[in-house]
Design a protein around this ligand. Structure first.
Ligand code: GRG
Length: 296
């Protein structure tokens, strides 16, 4: 398979679904909905929703049914970026290649745009249609997973420990806690939800969970490396910000070579966990390579 055309095709499907599900720019309150759409359609990679569709595909599910949940995860991800960029947090001026939401719409509207996206995600998740009792149970479990991974035991918790660790020396277990929660949790939720809604069995669910845990951490190690060696224009955000803020990162703890090796080891772990899957898991395999080798 050609990964680039796969990613492009999935991005287009997800963007079209997001456009259908989000309130229109001219619906009241207009400026809020403009801020929401400004950030959602700023050109993100759509990695999390793509992973959700790929996990569904890997277990032979119907990806069309997963699209609302895929939009929900991208909405939660976008809300986290909007809030992370605020002056009270990372105070960043650029995101996805354009001025951050608060730079254009002001802090108050950026906070509310994030709040609106988080809430909208649960409108989508709670509105998913199920035609069998088994599918209904999968929808309920999917919603629970997303809520848990996004909240204080997941992404928000990771963000808090990250903030509290700024300027301090932290050890590897604390760094792993930050990364597995701040970034890894939504990636894990994406894969688990795609698998569940695709009708996965218990053994395949466990294997896909191992895949997502390894791939999620690999993604963050690669992100730490890109913050040092990445191209600002390609990345669409400032580079060098981790060091400037005194953030603990994998390259800071393991050196650049050690961090690169860790990313490759995690990729291999992700690939091993797919050993029992056939051709249908090829997109997940290629995404694991892409996560580690990407330049943006
Ligand atoms: C504010 C509750 C709250 C949480 C913020 C995810 C996060 C938690 C902060 C983002 C900080 C950051 C830049 C982390 C590095 C990894 C990461 C999430 C990068 C952005 O994700 P990509 O590369 O971005 O998938 P696109 O724009 O392609 O969607």
């Amino acid at each position: 398979m050609d990964l680039n055309s796969y990613l492009k095709d999935r991005q287009q499907r997800i963007d079209a679904a997001l456009d259908r599900h989000l309130p229109a720019e001219d619906s009241l309150p207009e400026r809020l909905h403009q801020a929401v759409r400004y950030s959602v359609f700023a050109g993100g990679k759509r990695l999390r929703p793509i992973l959700m569709l790929a996990a569904c595909e890997a277990v032979g599910g119907d990806t069309e049914r997963v699209l609302p949940a895929a939009c929900a995860i991208e909405m939660i991800h976008t809300y986290s970026l909007i809030h992370d960029d605020l002056p009270a947090m990372d105070d960043d001026d650029f995101r996805r290649g354009r001025p951050t939401c608060h730079k254009v719409y002001g802090d108050a509207l950026a906070i509310l745009a994030g709040d609106a996206l988080l809430t909208e995600a649960f409108i989508l998740l709670s509105g998913m249609a199920a035609d069998t009792l088994q599918a209904e149970d999968a929808c309920r479990r999917a919603m629970h997973i997303v809520a848990r991974c996004a909240g204080s035991r997941g992404m928000v918790g990771g963000q808090v420990v990250d903030m509290e660790s700024e300027g301090k020396e932290i050890d590897l277990p604390t760094l792993e806690y930050i990364h597995t929660h701040k970034t890894g949790a939504l990636i894990l939720a994406s894969v688990q939800v795609g698998a569940l809604l695709g009708g996965v069995d218990e053994a395949a669910y466990d294997a896909l969970t191992r895949y997502a845990e390894a791939a999620g951490l690999a993604f963050q190690v690669a992100d730490d490396i890109l913050d040092i060696v990445g191209d600002q224009e390609l990345l669409g955000k400032d580079v060098g910000s981790d060091e400037a803020r005194g953030k603990a990162t994998y390259p800071a703890l393991l050196g650049l070579t050690g961090a690169r090796q860790r990313a490759r080891d995690l990729r291999d772990l992700a690939l091993e966990s797919l050993a029992e899957f056939g051709e249908a898991a090829e997109p997940l395999r290629q995404i694991a390579h892409y996560i580690v080798d990407r330049s943006f």
